[in-house]
Each structure stands twice: as structure tokens, then as C-alpha cells.
Design a protein around this ligand. Structure first.
Ligand code: GLU
Length: 412
């Protein structure tokens, strides 16, 4: 298992090799500005108290308040959250939205908690961290295993503790609790807009075959959106494994089967396959939409996709990036491909602060404009530099971050 923060630093180093930045800028980007670890006590349904470890890493605020999700996962740890926070700083700069980068998490398997325990844990995270959160300071959102209901609970707790009634401290809230139209679909729809700009450049057929790893909010909605646009979804998976049918899966049928049975086991007219095998299918588009460290030096030789669209954060290691680039398999990096979520989060924050509510058509039109423009910019920059899209995106982000930091730091 690669250390994700080391991978993130390596990506930074590799981009700086192509486009040097001031040394003090690089030093600051290598060092998260603030990291907080907290112990969250929860009275369990059994009556005993259990302590959970929670985190918030505030990586960089040169371009705006810290911004990024909160992840509940048994494997979540400080190094992972640090990497995810650095990627948020780069992602908000690539999207050119007025936000910095942060990330949070709790080491927990939320599937093992009752609804009451989950609520207590979510409130506990806010009780422990509220002094470092706020609309002008740090604005969390959902990530793996967190959702609008949890954002509503956290907003409620934050309001009780601080009296802040803007609702702008958390994004990804339910619609009737200050959420934005379009936020739930935003990461997947943003990924579609990015793909739509790039498909011709990469010679992807009009009705591509697609394999998607992950059936959370992002993977599930990506399957639906790609299918609506004529793609053939041939494989889908959850954390236990996947199913494949090269003739195509009925996405809605797969989703309802999973809802009803809690598993993909026994889904008719499809073969079972492991999550690693899904990555190796000969498809036009491979969409990792689960966790980091999936396409690595070990399995990269067996990847047969025509292109990779990273809707997960950090699914491809730097070693795999190089091998894929050498083989001419483009990787559309997370910091561009999945930025739609944080873009609409930023719209939500703006609506909360202004007391506005935008229509879904308005949100999606603004999202498309940003995603298409920045995708073209990344493609052009990678072409000019003769490098991959990840480095192209990092270089654009570094220029924007450097110029923001130069306003703050004395010139030498
Ligand atoms: N968790 C999402 C991400 O990784 C969204 C973050 C946000 O909306 O702030 O980009």
C-alpha cells in the first residue's frame, strides 16, 4: 500500500520539475498549515463509551477558506486525510474557485453503527472541531460514507454551538436545509462534462463501453449519467466486488437490486468479478469511483482501458501514471475530473451567504461552463508541456497558488 501523502508530494515535485515555483511557495504546499486530531467519545447503544479518532487537516488557504469533505472509513488515517487535503488545494485551484484545501475524517466503519450512534459521532466531530470551522475559515462537505443527512446533523450542531445561522459552514446539505440544487449529482455530472470535452481528442467512440468501480453517490450517478448519454455500462461494483456483462447492464436494475438485497450477489444475467478484475476489463472508459491506490505499479500492465476518468481521489499512483502515459492511455486526473462536487459546494456556500436559491438549470449551466473551460485549459497546457493531464493540471494550479501567495508574502 502506497502512502497517499507521499504520492501527493511526489506529484507536486514532478509538476514543479516542469514549472518551477518559488521555493517558499513549494515549502508551504508541502506542509499542511494546521492538522487537528481529536478523540470523540460516543456512548454506544450498549451503554459503554467508545472513543473514535477524528481529524481535520487544513492544508492551504491562500485562495480562500479551507474546503473539503469528511470521510468515515475504517482505513482512514492522518496520512490519507493529509493527502486528500493537499489534493483539495490543487483541485480548487484547477477549478479556479475561491477556496483553499482541507479534509477531515473519522476512523470508523459506519456500517457497524446504529443511526443513533452515527448521529452522536457526527455531532461529536463538530463538538471537537467547531473552533476551527466556519464560513470564512473552513467549510467541510460529504466524502466517502458521509451524506446530506450527516451534513444536516453537523450544521445543526454547529449552529447550536456558535449561534451562526448562515448555514454556510457545511455544504452538501439536504435541499430543505440550505442545500443547493444539483449538489448530489455534481461530482458525476462534472465528470461527464470533462469527459465530453475530451472524448474526441482521445478517439472515444460515440457509444463507449464503460466500467465503473464504486457504487456510492459518485459511481452510481456516473453510471446513470453516462448511460443516459448513450454509453454502455458493462461493469459496476461495490466494496465487496462487482458484476460484468459486456453486452451492457441495466443501471437502474442494478441499483434497485443492490438496494433490495444489500449486495450484487445473484444479480441476473451478469458474471461476478472482483474489484481488481474490473480494472482490467477492455473498455473504452474506466472510471475508478471508490478509493485511492487502485491502479499501481503492480497491475498497470494489465489495464486495457482506452482512457481513465478518475472520479475517486488518488486512484492512480505516480508509477502507474508513467506507465499509462508511455502506453498512450490518458488519465483524466481526480483534481479535474471530480472537481464538480466542490464547484457546486462553492455555489451552495455562496447561495447561503447571499440568502439565494438558484435553479438546477442555473447551477448545471454554471458548472458546465467552469468544467469545460478548465478542461480545455488543462488539455492545452499538457500539450504545450508534452506531459500528462495530471501534470498539466498541477502546473495550472501551481501558477494560481503562487500568484495568490505572492500577494501575501514579501518579495525578495
Ligand atoms: N469530497 C468531495 C471531494 O473530494 C467534495 C468536497 C467539497 O464539496 O467540499 O472533492
Amino acid at each position: 500500500m502506497n502512502n497517499p501523502f507521499e504520492d501527493a508530494l511526489l506529484q507536486l515535485t514532478r509538476a514543479v520539475a516542469l514549472r518551477p515555483v518559488r521555493e517558499d511557495v513549494l515549502l508551504r504546499l508541502r506542509s499542511p498549515e494546521r492538522e487537528v486530531s481529536v478523540a470523540i467519545p460516543v456512548v454506544m447503544d450498549s451503554g459503554s463509551t467508545q472513543i473514535f479518532e477524528g481529524y481535520r487537516v487544513q492544508h492551504n488557504h491562500a485562495r480562500g477558506p479551507y474546503k473539503g469533505g469528511i470521510r468515515f472509513h475504517p482505513d482512514t488515517n492522518k496520512d490519507e486525510v493529509r493527502a486528500l487535503a493537499l489534493w483539495m488545494t490543487i483541485k480548487t485551484a484547477v477549478a479556479n474557485i475561491p477556496m483553499g484545501g482541507g479534509k477531515g475524517g473519522i476512523t470508523v466503519d459506519p456500517k457497524k453503527l446504529s443511526p443513533r450512534e452515527l448521529e452522536a459521532l457526527s455531532r461529536g466531530w463538530v463538538q471537537a472541531l467547531y473552533p476551527v470551522l466556519g464560513p470564512r475559515l473552513d467549510v467541510p462537505a460529504p466524502d466517502v460514507n458521509t451524506n446530506p443527512a450527516i451534513m444536516a446533523i453537523m450544521t445543526d450542531e454547529y449552529t447550536k454551538l456558535t449561534g451562526d445561522t448562515t448555514g454556510a459552514t457545511f455544504t452538501g446539505k439536504p435541499l430543505d436545509r440550505g442545500g443547493s440544487e444539483g449538489r448530489t449529482l455534481a461530482t458525476s455530472l462534472g465528470g461527464w462534462f470533462v469527459f465530453d470535452v475530451l472524448r474526441d481528442a482521445f478517439g472515444v467512440p460515440a457509444e463507449p463501453t464503460v466500467a465503473i468501480q464504486g457504487m456510492g453517490n459518485v459511481g452510481g450517478n456516473a453510471a446513470r449519467i453516462f448511460a443516459q448519454h448513450g454509453a454502455r455500462i458493462v461493469a459496476m461494483s461495490d466494496s465487496h466486488g462487482g458484476i460484468v456483462n459486456m453486452d451492457g447492464l441495466d443501471v437502474d436494475a442494478v441499483e434497485s437490486y443492490k438496494q433490495e438485497h444489500g449486495t450484487l450477489d445473484g444479480f441476473p444475467n451478469a458474471q461476478r468479478l472482483g474489484n481488481e478484475d474490473l480494472l482490467e476489463l477492455p473498455v473504452d472508459v474506466l472510471i475508478p469511483a471508490a478509493l485511492e491506490d487502485q491502479i499501481t505499479g503492480e497491475n498497470v500492465g494489465r489495464i486495457h482501458a482506452r482512457m481513465i476518468l478518475e472520479l475517486a481521489n488518488g486512484p492512480t499512483t505516480p508509477e502507474a501514471d508513467d506507465a499509462l502515459f508511455a502506453r498512450g492511455i490518458p488519465v483524466v486526473p481526480d483534481i479535474l475530473a471530480n472537481a464538480g462536487g466542490v464547484v457546486v459546494s462553492t455555489f451552495e456556500w455562496e447561495q447561503n451567504l447571499k440568502g439565494e436559491h438558484w435553479s438546477e438549470a442555473d447551477v448545471n449551466a454554471r458548472l458546465q461552463e467552469i468544467m469545460s473551460r478548465e478542461t480545455r485549459a488543462v488539455l492545452a497546457r499538457a500539450g504545450e508541456l508534452g506531459t500528462d493531464l495530471r501534470r498539466g493540471a498541477f502546473v495550472i494550479a501551481l501558477e494560481r497558488l503562487e500568484s495568490a501567495m505572492m500577494q501575501e508574502m514579501p518579495r525578495r
